[in-house]
Design a protein around this ligand. Structure first.
Ligand code: SAH
Ligand code: SF4
Ligand code: F3S
Length: 469
């Protein structure tokens, strides 16, 4: 099979790097050391995109700042997943009229998933004249040209043409975290879950070549990163478009066998094509964390069907049971939606039953938010908001009880953790399963794997002490 994905030619990326050089000169001629503020509203994919935006800005001579005030460029990398995420962006963009007034050479760019919706870019065009540039995720690689055009002409630019999407290699990256590296393995999504905007704003599934992924992983390991998270909206589809006979489990196995002191995670996985082979691979390699984030969304088969998820609760549980039979210590986390259009009280209770049956360490719980252009936004939704809120509270209460029980069962056990920082008196760290453990210790341990024995817990975190050798 031919590779179907459009790859941006290396010469085009080289051109963008030359443009970065022109931007550097533009500022040097004025004797200014420009500052950039880049803020991320979305998921890890968006975070990974922001690291590339920062990489390009650094290449163009900008130093990063964590304040909007006085920044020469502000880039807001937006998220469209729920209405609340969009409202936050509109609110914050509105407020930027003031920072720009105080610093007139400030340029404001909006990018990310929200900008993939024509209604949003039109609204920005007409109602937010202080925004200088807008680009969707498909145009990220040409950000340097867009910026140069704005700097030289003073005119606004909009790069929002709808596309199936492409892959651009070798964009510079400025990673924010010194220990944990995101490595995208694929972009886009073909699943069209009926509530979800992602396939519309991020285009079709496309996989990076395994050699490009392995090269990036080797680079971050050599640079001292201790944790790699392989990213994609649905990593189980990895490789389908490549026709190389390599799937996600094969790719993980390859990364897990690289030399070095690191651990490996991945997200996110769709239950309809999470294979037993993937669980076997997780069980086999010590470097792969024994954690699986496997969103179930609803415990009711009718709702799952209308969500277009293409699995049943029983099939989901079969996967979970298989994973646990291989790895009794497997930590499971998940996403769930409450108040999907037409969800009845009984159907909601099926969700509670599934949660109780699986016993997740943690859950990300969302109230359904209608997204323009998705099928679910047009479905009849008779359940009042207050009732949805009540369901949400019941679910959170159940999960808190389960999380606390899980955490209590960890007391007395010893885990290898990666120490990632300090919070007041204690160091902060994460177990293989992603649980937060705080414990007393020296700063010199930050960035290291150490063994910690859990001594106490709360609903959200564990407390421990260094294990005796
Ligand atoms: N690709 C990932 C999820 C990305 S979005 C996956 O398929 O698992 C993260 C989560 O946001 C989803 O799992 C879902 O629970 C939630 N979500 C997506 N669209 C939503 C909507 N319209 N309303 C409420 N929650 C939503
Ligand atoms: Fe959205 Fe479904 Fe794709 Fe996840 S798999 S990004 S929920 S459409
Ligand atoms: Fe949001 Fe886009 Fe991620 S919509 S959740 S930032 S893929």
């Amino acid at each position: 099979m031919e590779r179907k994905t459009t790859v941006i030619a290396p010469e085009k990326i080289a051109e963008q790097m030359a443009v970065c050089g022109e931007i550097r000169e533009y500022w040097m001629e004025q004797g200014i050391k420009p500052l950039a503020f880049v803020d991320t509203y979305g998921c890890q994919q968006n975070e990974a995109d922001s690291e590339r935006i920062r990489g390009m800005l650094q290449e163009a001579g900008y130093a990063m700042t964590d304040r909007e005030e006085g920044a020469d460029i502000i880039v807001l990398n937006t998220c469209a997943i729920r209405e609340h995420a969009e409202q936050r962006v509109f609110g914050n963009v509105g407020a930027l009229t003031h920072t720009k007034r105080r610093h007139p050479r400030q340029k404001i760019f909006l990018c990310g998933c929200m900008m993939g919706q024509p209604a949003v870019s039109d609204r920005i065009k007409h109602s937010y004249p202080h925004v200088d540039g807008v680009f969707s995720t498909h145009h990220l690689w040409e950000f340097p040209s867009l910026l140069l055009r704005v700097l030289k002409s003073g005119k606004r630019v909009f790069a929002v043409a709808d596309e199936a999407g492409s892959i651009a290699e070798d964009i510079p990256v400025l990673r924010t975290n010194k220990l944990k590296a995101w490595v995208s393995v694929m972009y886009g999504c073909n699943n069209f879950c009926s509530y979800c905007i992602v396939p519309y704003v991020r285009g079709r599934e496309r996989s990076r070549l395994p050699e490009d992924i392995i090269r990036e992983c080797k680079e971050v390991i050599a640079a001292g990163y201790k944790e790699i998270t392989l990213l994609g909206q649905n990593v189980n589809s990895y490789g389908k478009d490549l026709g190389l006979g390599i799937d996600f489990a094969d790719l993980m196995a390859e990364v897990a066998q690289l030399e070095g002191d690191f651990r490996l995670r991945f997200m996110t996985s769709h239950p309809k094509d999470a294979s037993k082979k993937l669980f076997d691979t997780i069980a086999k390699y010590p470097k792969i964390c024994k954690q699986f984030h496997l969103p179930f969304q609803s415990g009711n088969d009718r709702v799952l069907h209308v969500m277009n998820r293409r699995y049943t609760a029983a099939q989901y549980l079969e996967l979970v049971d298989y994973g646990r039979s291989l790895m009794p210590e497997l930590v499971l986390t998940s996403d769930v939606i409450v108040g999907f259009p037409g969800e009845t009280e009984e159907e909601f209770e099926d969700t509670l039953k599934l949660i109780d049956r699986v016993g997740y360490d943690a859950l990300f719980t969302f109230i359904f938010s209608p997204r323009g252009g998705t099928p679910a936004a047009k479905m009849e939704d008779p359940t009042p908001k207050a009732e949805k809120n009540r369901r949400f509270d019941r679910l959170v209460e159940l999960q808190n009880r389960i999380s606390e029980e899980k955490h209590r069962s960890y007391i007395g056990k010893t885990f290898t953790v990666l120490v990632d920082g300090r919070d007041g008196e204690k160091l902060t760290s994460r177990t293989d399963g992603g649980r937060l453990v705080r414990f007393p210790g020296e700063d010199s341990l930050i960035g290291q794997f150490v063994d910690v024995t859990v001594t106490d817990c709360t609903t959200w975190s564990l407390v421990g002490e260094l294990a005796r050798k």
